[in-house]
Design a protein around this ligand. Structure first.
Ligand SMILES: C[S@@+](CC[C@H](N)C(=O)[O-])C[C@H]1O[C@@H](n2cnc3c(N)ncnc32)[C@H](O)[C@@H]1O
Length: 221
């Protein structure tokens, strides 16, 4: 199968199963216009995150890696009225575009974009004594995946869900000759999960508009 077919099938499924959503489309257009890289999750993965957060009745969500606020909008829409999503972003332009998109989508009251290096923001949150999160989505710099995941384990509770995107990376993760920082970061995450009794997880390979990749879903025990 080709990339063209994977994209066609994603478009077909999205047109059938998703309600038309002008704010999500506009968010991607605004991100492109502001020259953000088009590396947001696909529409089907955005909706899956939304469904997972709703399935567990998430009230407090943490996202690491905001970009233009596309996945944050999907997740923000899964929250009940009193729910909160905190999303962390290092790039001021990305954060600014995201804030505008999130406001335009009508979820600005529930979503806070916090600017800074995620590892520093997370350390500050720990010092502040942040309340545990019900759902965590990790989608930033892949070499730090294991650090974000370890933080998440300390700031979630039994029944929380942690999702990590891009953990297959066109199969490089299973290719012993691949030793780039991204792949090593994902392998370090898998090693942590394997050795961590507080969590059980699986990884699903995917094809679609974003090519061949995958994501990891973990349940905190
Ligand atoms: C793949 S994009 C996020 C996509 C977004 N989750 C979505 O699907 O709409 C990754 C984002 O993480 C940000 N990022 C990279 N390294 C970071 C770091 N150390 N701390 C915080 N954000 C970081 C990048 O600037 C980029 O906006």
């Amino acid at each position: 199968m080709s990339q063209e077919q994977w994209s066609e099938v994603d478009d077909y499924l999205t047109s059938l199963l998703h309600d038309p959503d002008a704010s999500l489309d506009r968010a991607n257009e605004a991100a492109l216009a502001a020259r953000l890289p088009p590396i947001q999750v696909s529409a089907p993965l955005g909706k899956l995150l939304h469904l997972m957060a709703k399935m567990i009745g998430a009230r407090r969500i943490l996202e690491v890696g905001t970009l233009g606020g596309y996945s944050a909008t999907w997740l923000g829409r899964a929250l009940p009225p009193e729910g909160k999503l905190l999303t962390l972003e290092i790039d001021p332009t990305h954060a600014e575009v995201a804030r505008k998109n999130i406001d335009a989508a009508g979820v600005g009251n529930s979503v806070e974009v916090r600017l800074g290096r995620a590892i520093d923001t997370l350390a500050a949150l720990a010092t502040e004594g942040v309340e545990p999160f019900d759902f965590v989505f990790i989608d930033a710099d892949k070499p730090s995946n294991a650090d974000y995941f370890a933080w998440a384990l300390d700031h979630t509770h039994a029944g929380s869900v942690i999702v990590v995107d891009n953990t297959v990376q066109a199969g490089t993760v299973a290719d012993p000759s691949a030793t780039d920082d991204q792949t090593l970061g994902v392998r370090r995450l898998f090693d942590l999960i394997r050795d961590e009794p507080r969590v059980t997880a699986t990884t699903i390979q995917t094809v679609g508009t974003k090519g061949y990749d995958g994501f990891t879903v973990a349940l905190v025990l």
